[in-house]
Design a protein around this ligand. Sequence first.
Ligand code: AMP
Length: 182
Amino acid sequence: MISSILENDLRSAVRSIPDYPKPGIVFRDITTLLGNARAFRRAVDELVQPWAGMKIDKVAGIEARGFILGGAVAHQVSAGFVPIRKKGKLPHKRVSVAYALEYGEDEIEMHADALVEGEKVVLVDDLIATGGTAEAAVKLLRQLGADVMAACFVIDLPDLGGAEKLRKLGVPVRTLMAFEGH
Ligand code: AMP
């Protein structure tokens, strides 16, 4: 966990929108954090702080908010950036993993040549809820032989158990703040 002063600073930069996209869900909107220069820089610095000084080959970001944060993190640690996208968006040869949604199934994809076996990869997204998306992303990265060093999220919804799910897969998880509920 990060210091409570920093957490409060960053937390106040996140906008919470009740009943979006459906009743009972509180949408945690990070566009306000991204628009605040100080908060954005701080969030990017803090996301990878435990791995500062370690060699990271690639940062993988999950579509779409993970692209914004992951791109900035990749620049910060002098790593390459790898987009993990929803099915049907990537133009070259792909690998894919399907995962369960509340209703039905979805699929994420990555270019098959986006990384080589043994590369050290950090996964980045804005928020971890049930962990379904991030778990699929870890499987995708491991399919190509990546060494998934960590998964980093600005926001954790611990009641939904996603971070725990990733830790059980042997992936260290870094989050900057937590919100109760969904
Ligand atoms: P999950 O696979 O359940 O961990 O969901 C994670 C993905 O859904 C992330 O890419 C988030 O951007 C998005 N997400 C889930 N719940 C919320 C929420 N309450 N507010 C904002 N984004 C959310």
